[in-house]
Write a protein that binds this ligand. Structure first.
Ligand code: ATP
Ligand code: PAU
Length: 316
């Protein structure tokens, strides 16, 4: 009798075993690249880049080569030259788990392949409804929940990307004003790789319990997907720490939506951050984000200090 463990579609690697995979291919980082990566996040641990993220980008490289090959052969089969389309990588996980940091690390590491691919970074924050619309719908306290995104517009964006359209536009969200920037667009122009990061990228188009539907999933457009995972107490701690840091930086800006929080002391900041976490982000994690974890091709599990301690990779 097989155990449930045997039925899992994932292979599990400890940090040590994963780091050893570096030996299968020479993978070095130069001092110059380390400096560039430090610009991404000055608390980033360089051993972590070498042990975890270099093997990960090598794996993605193998996937991308295989998918280009398939694409070429399919063009021959179809007897028509198809347009060049980007390779799309999705990154999912809780608020504050470190998705955008990982997206930026991958951006830098993927750009250094021999072929020097053009890599673009997109966050699904841009596809949130503007605050005025959230208020009209009475869901301002549901920012980040599935109903707070214009999923149709996100699917339209991905479909245009995957059909090889030359300039594809995404709306832009500002964490400073806590709102969509009216009229502002990020133009994505024929990239080789697009990294799309957001809490909702592995979510189904409809809420669980709805009847079967033939609607498209956001992840149908992905060539590779990653779920960034961690214990809830760690994510909560990172959320509070970021909130406290923002008091000295972004919250000081008069344009900040949260400027009223700039002068909170440590205890008040902790209580305020905990309130927002409990009311919104924790609920969203349990109801809508964690249930998507097993849809990913790869699950990166972080422990203390953001260090990855386990990796699960889809077998097929
Ligand atoms: N690898 C890392 N090493 C050290 N600190 C990190 C790392 N990754 C993220 N952090 C810190 O953790 C906090 C959350 O990270 P980040 O902003 O990347 O999260 P996120 O998942 O993109 O969040 P959100 O969904 O709210 O935008 C930040 O303060 C960031 O500096
Ligand atoms: C924009 C999202 C939803 C995702 O990045 C998140 O950062 C957010 O603003 N959540 C709402 C609650 C909060 O302010 O933390």
């Amino acid at each position: 009798m097989g155990t449930v463990e045997n039925l899992t579609p994932f292979m599990t690697f400890s940090r040590e075993d994963w780091a050893k995979l570096r030996q299968s291919y020479p993978m070095e980082v130069t001092m110059d690249e380390i400096e560039r990566l430090k610009g991404v996040n000055d608390v980033l641990n360089m051993q972590e880049v070498a042990d975890i993220y270099l093997p990960l980008t090598r794996l993605i490289n193998l996937h991308a080569i295989a998918s280009q090959e398939l694409y070429r052969n399919r063009s021959i089969f179809l007897q028509k030259q198809e347009k060049k389309v980007p390779y799309i990588i999705g990154i999912a996980g809780s608020v504050a788990v470190g998705k955008s940091t990982i997206a930026r690390v991958l951006h830098t590491l993927l750009s250094r392949w021999d072929t020097h691919p053009k890599v673009d970074l997109i966050t699904t924050d841009g596809f949130l409804y503007p605050n005025a619309e959230l208020e009209r719908r009475g869901i301002m306290n549901k920012k980040g929940f599935p109903e707070s995104y214009n999923v149709h517009s996100l699917l339209q964006f991905l479909s245009e990307l995957k059909s090889g359209k030359s300039n594809v536009e995404a709306p832009v969200y500002s964490h400073l004003t806590y709102d969509i920037l009216p009229g502002e667009k990020q133009v994505v122009s024929q990239p080789d790789i697009v990294i799309i990061e957001g809490i909702n990228v592995l979510q189904p188009p409809k809420r669980p319990g709805d009847r079967y539907s033939d609607q498209v999933y956001v992840s149908d457009y992905f060539d590779f997907s990653i779920y960034v995972d961690a214990a809830e107490e760690n994510i909560f701690h990172w959320y509070v720490e970021r909130f406290k840091t923002l008091r000295e930086t972004a919250f000081r800006n008069p344009a900040s939506y949260f400027k009223k929080y700039a002068d909170l002391n440590d205890v008040e900041a902790y209580d305020t951050a905990r309130g927002i976490w409990e009311r919104i982000n924790k609920r969203n994690l349990h109801e809508n984000i964690l249930p998507t974890r097993h849809r990913a091709d790869l699950i990166l599990r972080k422990g203390d200090h953001h260090l990855v301690n386990e990796i699960k990779m889809r077998k097929v």
